[in-house]
Design a protein around this ligand. Sequence first.
Ligand SMILES: Cc1cc2nc3c(=O)[nH]c(=O)nc-3n(C[C@H](O)[C@H](O)[C@H](O)COP(=O)(O)OP(=O)(O)OC[C@H]3O[C@@H](n4cnc5c(N)ncnc54)[C@H](O)[C@@H]3O)c2cc1C
Length: 420
Amino acid sequence: MVDFALTDTQRELRRVAHEFARNEIRPIASELDRQADPRQSFASDLYPRANALGFNLALIPEAYGGAGLSDLDFAIILEEVAWGDVGVALTYVGHWLALSPLIRGGSDDQRRRWLPQIAASPDRSFLAAICATEHGVAGDLTPREYLGSSTRDVGLEAQDFFTNYTLPRAEQREMTTQAIRDGDEYVINGTKRFITNGPVAGMYLCIATVDPSKPDALATAAFLVPAGAPGLSVGTIENKMGHRLSITSEIIFENVRVPAEDMLPGGAAALRYGLECSNTTVGALSVGLARAAYDEAMAYAKVRYKGGNRIIFHQAVGMMLADMAIAVKTARLLVHQSAWHNDHCAEPNTIAAMAKVYASDVAVKVTHDALQIFGGYGYMRDLPLEKWTRDARVTPIYDFTNEMLRANFILPALALGAGI
Ligand SMILES: Cc1cc2nc3c(=O)[nH]c(=O)nc-3n(C[C@H](O)[C@H](O)[C@H](O)COP(=O)(O)OP(=O)(O)OC[C@H]3O[C@@H](n4cnc5c(N)ncnc54)[C@H](O)[C@@H]3O)c2cc1C
């Protein structure tokens, strides 16, 4: 039997999260978004209060001090948090991206040593961070050195387009962060970029190659690293276009020593599984952002009088609103199905990737259309439409980009027989 009804508990979770978003997040979002210094945009005071509701414990099993919620429960909460502000929601997505591979793929010993400290954090401020992205490819230009196309022209020739084939993924060696075994420890060196919660995290899940002579697919591993580990430091704090209430930075590893027992078992495959399931969270966040924009556009269309009528009665506007609602609801259904799949099926699936791709594209389109419905007022900073449009733009980029998910996750699974 298919049952789309939320349980009483889920409705209560949604109510509590929505009230928190309305009363605690919305009132501060606009002002923090406008802070010029990205350090001032992070709402550090907010998290102890949000975590008192269990937001940073949600998916941790009760046996390790967590709330033991399901992925579906958490998708419901996250949609509401993102309705309040998507940067706050991203803070939790970054947290769960780091914890999901540990919860799903870590050994019992690792879970017992690492997870209870989150519930035990005295000021309830504990957040985790995943350190995967880097500007790697050894010897290549790093984007931070790239100062616009006029400063550098690599001079491709016409023939390059005939001879330049993609290196098969099974042979790619692009990871520059290395974790080299030394006795009972691994020594980590490398710089990770764009790390959500980088400057405020209590623990880091660092992705590195344990053997640079081997392709990444065979040598990638994940390490649990505590904040304050000697050699770990915070680099540049990023000044982002949107999602300004989340904090993003470089994390630098210089001879950081990690005990061998803090390497997650299962290598790249286990890690990939944990991260694939986490696509659901980015989908849920995107739905919340899109819904915020839809709600505002609907409210405005009912009161704005122009062209001889309230604008909702202009067919072009009315159709746009109906399409926005259909898109948000469809995205939510896919997100909830992917959460259900994460909760009930112990093997990787493409539904979470589909949910992330679809919901993030919906967030971009719906915020864009909502701004359109506000006309010139939507473009002004008095209203949140321009903020939401900036916020939405990154959702198809972060985590895995939508192009990567389509090309490397969804298409191969479909071609190899995954049904739809
Ligand atoms: C706000 C924000 C928060 C983030 N938080 C984190 C975090 O907490 N932890 C973390 O590790 N990272 C984080 N990231 C990084 C994010 O995951 C990456 O930016 C993203 O994976 C893309 O990588 P890239 O920026 O290196 O782009 P590139 O990989 O250089 O991609 C450039 C372009 O090439 C395309 N492309 C690249 N490879 C392929 C391929 N194989 N097939 C098809 N197209 C391809 C991409 O789709 C894109 O259009 C964050 C980024 C942002 C903006």
